[in-house]
Design a protein around this ligand. Sequence first.
Ligand code: ACO
Length: 446
Amino acid sequence: MNPVKPAPLTADVVATHAGPDTLTVTDNRTGKKYELPITNGTIRALDLRQIKVNGKDFGMMSYDPAFINTALCYSKITFIDGDAGILRYRGYPIEELAEKSTYLETAYLILHGELPTAKQLEAWTYHITHHTFIHESIKKFLDGFHYDAHPMGMMISTIAALSTFYPDAKDIFNEESRRKQIYRMIGKMPTLAAFAYRHSLGMPFEYPDNDLSYAGNFLNMLFKTTELKYHPNPTLERALDVLFILHADHEQNCSANAMRGVGSSHVDPYSATAAATAALYGPLHGGANEEVLRMLMEIGSVSRVPDYIKRVKVGEHKLMGFGHRIYKNYDPRARIIKRIADEVFEVMGRNPLTEIALECERIALEDDYFISHKLYPNVDFYSGLIYQSMGFPMTMFPVLFAIPRTSGWIAQWEEMLLDREQKIARPRQIYLGQEQRSYIPIESRA
Ligand code: ACO
């Protein structure tokens, strides 16, 4: 529990007892001093509450719009050092996982904390593979959407609808039930995504093929036409799997925060995942890769890049795919994606927008505005180019992000549920509105 002190320490006590792992605060309004414990380089916001002008005072709060300097939780899942450009899942560097692991193995790691043994991986893969089918009624929901409905809208709705098919998911403190929902969510996300895509094309849905890998089956459900058996191109299958690894988790980002916040009401995980997916849809988050492609198409040619950058610098628009709340260095995922892009282009041909992207990066990395603002390419800058080359329409880009991020969301959700310090998320506000006033009859209003 939070170690809230019942009464402020006197200045004398503070002076003689202040330990090295404390923060001494002087309230200049009262002259009182307070000693706040520092744990893991952090003070507890609730410890500020003891700082009061008088007995009626509610106590001090911290004001932090957009949680820029507020830690919401202790977490053991993902580590990011934004200045150094480091990303690790459960201690393993993203570069090593991208080179040696698979998405399903990484998802296991993220959710369980350790890499699986061969037997554990086999069982995990079996369970996920055997939960890929969706109820036939879900197809009817999909049929209700317009042909040009954005697939993220379809995803959000159908993920939420899953909660109505699995009422057992409400039993969130039952570990066995949670396991089941985890298999279902990771298993069904590619199916929902592929069905949404096929709906937009007016093509019949293609059912999962259990012989194929997670990424291979997804490609099968998306692209299979008349062939009896779909054989994914191994380069594209691996590229997609690596992209899934890179997108699996990213600690307390906007959608993970939505997952934790909504999940903190103890709603079922499908409803919370629908909320997280909605958060990911926004152009400042997972919708950015779609925006990057639109921007590159708008720029149109390498010669027009300098002018576009000039307009970015005067604030006309942002350079999409650049900048990050946490990374103040090159996003390590962007580096890996750049490499995969070359592999994909070898199979599919070079995306003509690549030259424009490279020129944007080249100019931006040498420009004072971007250097001083610490704006570097993020994960979304190059991923859209790969997706487009692989044949995905732009509207599918955020969907390709949501599929792998599901494992991260669920891990964040489960960690939140099992953390005994967590409660329903309910921030405070600083009310700056009107004091109490009497209702004015309409005929008396000015
Ligand atoms: N292009 C131009 N200027 C930028 C950009 C950009 N892409 N990003 C930030 N800036 C500028 C801001 O205008 C601001 O300038 P100022 O201090 O002179 O006013 C400064 O850099 C700080 O920007 P903030 O918006 O305050 O930074 P914040 O941490 O809130 O935002 C964000 C991070 C949302 C990612 C932002 O950089 C952005 O909008 N980037 C473009 C969208 C994008 O690529 N999003 C994907 C992020 S990765 C992901 O979610 C998976």
